[in-house]
Each structure stands twice: as structure tokens, then as C-alpha cells.
Design a protein around this ligand. Structure first.
Ligand SMILES: Nc1ncnc2c1ncn2[C@@H]1O[C@H](COP(=O)(O)OP(=O)(O)OP(=O)(O)O)[C@@H](O)[C@H]1O
Ligand SMILES: [Mg+2]
Length: 261
């Protein structure tokens, strides 16, 4: 098998400190190989460096040691073909939903009538057909995150980075969007790195779950999730699913991150 396509994203010996060498270590010795079309979740407590790792992969932050390559090329700035959904939805209040979805391509002077049509079609597909000309503050949290996903997918990137996109949503909306993300992945086989605090969200969506400890952020375990796809929500009630969740919970308990009754 071709190595370049096998390891689509490679994080090798990455260390990250903010603000110079004398400051606290945020990420230590991160090694991670992500295959093309894989869905990886990164799970860890608040402050362990999940967003930092994602920003390094996105080329928005540099590393203080180690290298990150995507498609065989070292990342030293935002690469082509990468879409990102941030922890906050980052929609601009003074722009309509359609204008928000088109914002990134507009910055790149790449707006074409075809791109507008694609944006509209995508919004319709995400249940936002009637909201193109509304402002973000007229939408619910779930609808806003749907719009952010539309924006990230507009140019059909083959790598999708998602930083806790559903952390602020209620459980039902979150379930709904988990199913949506799983469907997009099933249809497009994009390479996805998904950050979350939720054990069940990570198990439900992923091929692999990367478990991080904090201070400094480091990988404790990379767990393969060998569950059939497509995955219905009811899969979460099966013993196999429960075994994965329980294993991850125990890892966090051993690390003192999760405490039991
Ligand atoms: N731009 C920055 N400058 C200095 N320190 C930063 C910066 N961004 C993050 N940090 C620090 O790095 C550490 C990791 O932050 P990061 O945002 O990556 O954590 P996280 O795992 O995403 O947390 P959460 O789950 O709360 O989103 C924190 O201690 C944070 O204060
Ligand atoms: Mg974060």
C-alpha cells in the first residue's frame, strides 16, 4: 500500500509550548497517524490541549518540536483542502446565513454562481433552506452549528477538523447532529479529526479514539472502535458499545480525571 495515502496525516513527536521555551508545556510527544478516510476523535479533559492540537494540524499554530504532515507535505500554514468547524460557531452577526457560508470563499475571491448554488443546496440539505437570508441570531444553537458545518464543507475539503462542534448543544440536538456527521462521513469518506469531551459521542462516530491526559497533554491510548457502520443511535445501548465506553471511562478514572460515586 502507498505510504502517502496510508498515513494521510502524520503527527510525529509534536511538542507545543505557548509563548516561548520557559512557559508551560501544553502538548508533549504527540504521535498520531491518520489514514485517508478515517474518522478519529480526540478525547480529553478541559485544558489538555485538544484545540491546540487541532490548530497545529490546521496550520494555524506552529509546533515547538516535531512535525505534522498532511498528504506527505509538512504543514507550515493552512493547507489546501481543509475545512474547520470551531468550538464556537464563529458566525458573523451582520451577515446572513448564506453570506456566512460563503465568507471564506469570498475572502479568497473565489465566489462563483456555482459556489452560491452549492451553498444554497447545502443549506437546504442541512434543513436550513428557509434561513438563507436570516441572521445568525435568528437561529437556534443547533441551526448555527449546521450553518458552520455547511461553511466548512463548501469547497468540498477532503480533510475536516471539528473542534467540539456540539459541546454547547442540548442532548437531543447533539444526537441529531451526530447522526448527520456520521452520514456525511459515510457518503464522502472525508478524513475527519473530531474533538470532544463526550465518551459516547467519540465511540459513536469514530474508527479510532485518541485518549489524552493533561498537564502536559499527551496520548494515553489510541483505541480502535470496531463497531459496524452505518451506526444507528440505538447502537449506544448495545453491550459492545458499552464495553468501549466503560473502558474509556476507566482510563479517565485511573488518571483521576473522572471520579465515581
Ligand atoms: N493562544 C494561547 N496562548 C497561551 N496559552 C494558550 C493559548 N491557547 C491555549 N493556551 C493554553 O494551552 C492549554 C490548552 O488549551 P486548549 O485550548 O488547547 O485546551 P482544550 O483541551 O481545547 O480545552 P477545552 O476542552 O476547554 O476546549 C491551556 O492551558 C490554555 O490556557
Ligand atoms: Mg478546546
Amino acid at each position: 500500500m502507498n505510504m502517502a495515502s496510508d498515513n494521510y496525516i502524520r503527527v510525529a513527536g509534536v511538542e507545543k509550548r505557548y509563548g516561548g521555551r520557559e512557559t508551560a508545556l501544553v502538548l508533549q510527544d504527540i504521535n498520531l497517524d491518520i489514514k485517508k478516510g478515517e474518522f478519529i476523535s480526540v478525547l480529553g479533559p478541559s485544558g489538555c490541549g485538544k484545540s491546540t492540537l487541532l490548530k497545529c494540524i490546521a496550520g494555524l499554530e506552529g509546533t515547538t518540536a516535531g512535525t505534522i504532515t498532511a498528504r506527505g507535505r509538512v504543514i507550515d500554514g493552512p493547507p489546501e483542502g481543509l475545512g474547520m468547524v470551531f468550538q464556537r460557531d464563529m458566525l458573523l452577526d451582520w451577515r446572513t446565513i448564506l453570506q456566512n457560508v460563503l465568507f471564506t470563499v469570498e475572502l479568497q475571491n473565489k465566489i462563483t454562481p456555482a459556489m452560491r448554488e452549492r451553498a444554497s443546496a447545502q443549506l437546504a440539505r442541512f434543513g436550513l433552506g428557509g434561513y438563507e437570508h436570516r441572521r445568525p441570531w435568528e437561529l437556534s444553537g443547533g441551526m448555527r452549528q449546521r450553518a458552520s458545518i455547511c461553511r466548512a464543507l463548501l469547497t468540498d475539503p477532503d480533510i475536516l477538523l471539528m473542534d467540539e462542534p456540539f459541546g454547547a448543544l442540548d442532548a437531543m440536538t447533539r444526537d441529531d447532529l451526530n447522526v448527520e456527521v456520521a452520514r456525511i462521513w459515510q457518503e464522502t469518506r472525508k478524513t475527519v479529526v473530531f474533538i470532544t469531551h463526550s465518551i459516547s459521542e467519540a465511540v459513536f462516530l469514530s474508527d479510532k479514539v485518541v485518549i489524552l491526559d493533561r498537564h502536559p497533554g499527551r496520548i494515553v491510548e489510541i483505541l480502535d472502535i470496531d463497531l459496524p457502520r452505518p451506526r444507528p443511535l440505538s447502537l449506544r445501548e448495545t453491550p459492545a458499545f458499552g464495553r468501549y465506553s466503560s473502558h474509556i471511562r476507566q482510563v479517565f478514572m485511573q488518571l483521576g480525571i473522572v471520579k465515581d460515586a
